[in-house]
Design a protein around this ligand. Structure first.
Ligand code: HEC
Ligand code: HEC
Length: 402
């Protein structure tokens, strides 16, 4: 610990913007993507390829983004000094964690799965039930939830202010500020997350005019995906593959779990019972198991769900106002396969940030300890799922410290 603190004393913040960003006015990192050349949100109709992006947050300084990266990986944020944001949002698992439901502070499974953080700069609602409006507001959730990092604002700020490395780095990122305050902690975490941009997949190359970027099967898959039969792109709308809305689609819960009413709670209306944020499908290949509580181990199963009939999984006696684009498309087996092939063309991790070897607290970086294993194959994932559901929703405490 002493020696790692000494090493951590050598940490400096990058003066350069992350890839994909341009330094403007000496201190603002602004996003640059080809999509910014397309002027309309819907110039080719829903599902069209050359549509522009919705508003996004950027303009943080390189130092703020880099400090956010250190904090994101630093277990100093949690009460037990074990869990970091990266415990549940692992870069090598599409910024999710490979679990159907995330593993909380005390080893208990949380009710929901960890969403990807790729392209969160473009979202205007956070959490599956849309209960936070900004990344800053969102971060207070995991930081202070007893089941997650279990911290308090007072304890967190005291610990950060007691750390010389953090005091030095925060004064670099916020010139003129003497003390570490909560708003600056939230700002740098948001700055880092808003830098996670994934818009350079093979699909994007195709969208920008390189027709050789997708093979025939994938193009056929794209056409099924955006057809009025399958209707996927009505909600998973390009280029983000989400329309940033809440939709009630009637997904089931894993066995033994109570119905999650989702956005009904956030917005106080039963019309949204079982409503969840339409998730992006970017890097979807890496983030299984799928849906808000990870009920489907594979992409194939998640796709089959839509083919089984409107409301087929809604529990008896529950009234749910299923979205009108959810119906019975009656897709053939081959078409389901094609859609899955297409979704895999949305993978792009070229701007994946580097996991710090050392963090300013000198604590062990979890991602290191966990040995960033290659994404689990579908089979071992479903076995893991099965184990989880059998074990009375809890797994040994040691497992979370892997
Ligand atoms: C114990 C696991 C865990 C930890 C630790 C954790 N998260 Fe999460 N995160 C989740 C889960 C689960 C959700 C979904 C919860 C929900 O929707 O109710 C989530 C949701 C999010 C979202 C919303 C994404 C979206 O698309 O709606 C963001 C952003 C996020 N987390 C960032 C963070 C940050 C920043 C930290 C560290 C301060 C962090 N998380 C720590 C498990 C975790
Ligand atoms: C009416 C809007 C809507 C339509 C149409 C729609 N989806 Fe979804 N999709 C959602 C919502 C909402 C969720 C999250 C539901 C949940 O977690 O319970 C979701 C989740 C998913 C997921 C899991 C994502 C994750 O991160 O876990 C996949 C994969 C997916 N949809 C693929 C498709 C495909 C393929 C189609 C077309 C056959 C389609 N969707 C059509 C709204 C829609």
């Amino acid at each position: 610990m002493i020696s790692s603190l000494i090493l951590a004393a050598g940490i400096t913040l990058s003066a350069e913007c992350p890839r994909g960003f341009e330094l403007v006015g000496g201190s603002r990192c602004e996003l640059r993507t080809v999509y910014q050349f397309y002027d309309s949100l819907q110039n080719r109709g829903v599902g069209g390829t050359q549509t522009s992006l919705p508003a996004h947050v950027d303009g943080y300084s390189p130092q703020q983004i880099d400090l956010g990266r250190y904090l994101f990986f630093d277990p100093i944020l949690s009460a037990n000094q074990v869990q970091s944001c990266a415990s549940c949002h692992q870069p090598d698992k599409g910024f999710s964690d490979g679990h159907g439901r995330s593993v909380g502070f005390d080893g208990e499974l949380l009710p929901r799965s960890a969403p990807t953080l790729w392209n969160s700069a473009f979202l205007d609602r956070f959490f599956w039930d849309g209960r936070a409006k900004t990344l800053e507001e969102q971060a207070k959730g995991p930081l202070y939830a007893a089941a997650e990092m279990n911290n308090t604002p007072e304890a967190l700020l005291q610990r950060l202010n007691a750390n010389d490395n953090y005091r030095r780095l925060f004064s670099e990122a916020f010139p003129g500020s003497k003390e570490i305050v909560e708003s600056n902690v939230l700002t740098v975490l948001a700055a880092f997350q808003a830098s996670l941009i994934s818009l350079n997949s093979r699909y994007d190359r195709y969208a920008h005019g390189d027709h050789s970027a997708l093979n025939e099967e994938e193009i056929a898959g794209m056409n099924v995906f955006r057809s009025f039969v399958a209707r996927c792109s009505e909600c998973h709308t390009p280029p983000l593959f989400t329309n940033n809305q809440i939709a009630v689609i009637g997904t089931p819960e894993p066995e033994g779990m109570e119905l999650d009413i989702g956005a009904e709670k956030t917005f106080g209306t039963s019309v949204l019972k079982g409503g969840f944020k339409v998730p992006t499908l970017r890097n979807i290949e890496f983030t299984g198991p799928y849906m808000h509580s990870g009920v489907f181990p594979t992409l194939r199963e998640a796709t089959e769900f839509y083919n089984k009939g409107r409301g087929h999984a809604v529990p008896n006696g529950v009234e749910m106002q299923i979205h009108w684009h959810i119906w019975e498309p009656d897709l053939k087996e081959e078409e389901l396969d094609l859609i899955v092939s297409f979704m895999k063309t949305l993978s792009d991790e070229t701007f994946k940030p580097e996991t710090p070897k050392q963090v300013p607290s000198g604590l062990a970086v979890l991602a290191d300890v966990q040995e960033s294993s290659p994404a689990l194959d579908a089979k071992s994932k479903s076995e893991m799922q099965a184990k989880h559901s059998k074990s009375d929703q809890s797994i040994p405490k040691t497992a979370m410290r892997r």
